[in-house]
Ligand binder design. Structure first.
Ligand code: GLA
Length: 389
């Protein structure tokens, strides 16, 4: 399916006529700053040009009807505004339903039903945030259809996160929804997750591009160890708080952390906290390097980020490690690391233009040989955040 065909798909499923409106929200890739967003640290993600397309039309009753061109076998899913309850489902509609529910929780009651179709060209479960994209595009749709114009894109990002946390039971941070709602073409977002202050930084790679390698190891945040990592960091923080008055791990410099780290009893928790602190500082340094045009330094910090996620945070696994370690061997690779939650999903590499084809071939072959199935590669562009079409 092409995005242009989605309106026709809507008309086929739900009939033509009336006020059918179109929306889009991108996927995202995080360049550096991983597992820092729920630790009050910095992240540096950008929105992609691929994403989720949505068409919707208000109904006069309280019915909700959903159709996804990505899940044809599921077909049309029918529900109602009166049936929404947290963790009440296991197919893709839990994401839009959760956002409708969240609007109500936040005092923006949705009073009429709607029909909607979606189509996404973000590979599912790839770690490029197809679910956050669906949440944010639903938020944009609800704001527009139900006249909540005073809600900002940051509000919609927070609603998406709230929905993920309270409707779907995944304790994610704000990075994904924020970058999807607030993305800007050719820029990454330097976001301080402790206060949501942010700055756009141009990503001018000149002779290089961003290449994403998708491990095709299927995963969902819900069944991963994501929540467990978060709890480990919270435990470490509580122990540090007995000796030092801080709000989050992101508040510590490296020197400060080294001074208090022995207050964390469990050596595993100590390594988790170390990652959170060091990764936050790496992210700050990486953005400085990029702003000075020191792209090689930026790449080295990406590589160090992967090592820390592999050894201290332990969220990589053989698939992501293979993709990254093979990438490091290739000529023309400026930096390479896992991106997103980990445990499968994708890697992000910055690769010089003339080295992209040989890179894809070498890493692809080595991956197939070692893992036994293929990885997929995408040369991506940085796009704008969510909005109407
Ligand atoms: C997932 C979460 C984000 C963030 C990353 C790890 O993508 O949704 O909030 O924690 O993992 O950096």
């Amino acid at each position: 399916m092409k995005p242009e065909e989605l309106k026709m798909c809507f008309e086929e499923k739900f009939g033509a006529g009336g006020d059918i409106r179109g929306y889009f929200a991108p996927g995202r890739v995080n360049l550096i700053g991983e597992h820092t967003d729920y630790n009050g640290g910095h992240v540096f993600p950008c929105a992609l040009t691929i994403g989720t397309y949505l068409y919707a039309r208000k109904r006069e009753d309280r019915k909700l009807r959903f159709y996804s061109a990505n899940f044809e076998h599921i077909g049309l899913v029918e529900s109602s505004l009166d049936e929404l309850k947290p963790q009440g489902g296991d197919n893709w509609t839990q994401y839009p339903k959760g956002v409708v529910w969240t609007f109500g929780q936040k005092g923006f009651e949705i009073s009429q039903g709607f029909d909607m179709v979606v189509y996404g060209n973000i590979p599912n479960a790839s770690g490029l945030s197809s679910s956050a994209s669906l949440e944010v595009v639903t938020g944009v749709m609800l704001r527009d259809l139900f006249g909540f114009e005073h809600l900002s894109n940051i509000d919609l990002a927070l609603f998406g996160q709230y929905s993920e946390n309270h409707y779907n039971g995944v304790n994610c941070g704000i990075m994904d929804q924020f970058s999807i709602a607030m993305g800007k073409k050719d820029h990454a977002i330097f976001l301080d997750t402790s206060n949501l202050n942010y700055q756009y930084a141009p990503v001018l790679l000149e002779n290089a591009r961003i290449v994403i390698a998708c491990s095709n190891k299927k995963r969902g945040l819900g069944d991963s160890k994501y929540n467990e990592r978060r709890e480990e960091c919270e435990t470490a923080l509580k122990e540090i708080q007995k000796v030092r008055d801080i709000e989050s791990l992101g508040a510590l410099s490296i020197e400060e952390f080294e001074g208090v780290k022995d207050s964390i009893k469990d050596p595993v928790h100590q390594r988790r906290a170390k990652h959170a602190v060091y990764e936050n500082q790496r992210t700050i340094q990486a953005v400085e390097a990029l702003q000075k045009g020191e792209i090689e330094k930026f790449g080295k910090l990406m590589n160090a980020s992967h090592v820390s996620l592999r050894d201290d945070y332990e969220v990589t696994g053989i698939e992501l490690d293979t993709l990254v370690e093979e990438a490091w061997k290739c000529h023309g690779v400026i930096g390479s690391r896992m991106t997103g939650a980990g445990f499968g999903g994708c890697t992000v590499s910055i690769v010089q233009n003339e080295a992209i084809d040989p890179f894809i071939e070498a890493v692809g072959n080595a991956y197939q040989k070692k893992i036994g199935y293929a990885a997929d590669f995408y040369v991506v562009d940085i796009g704008d955040g969510a909005g109407t079409r």
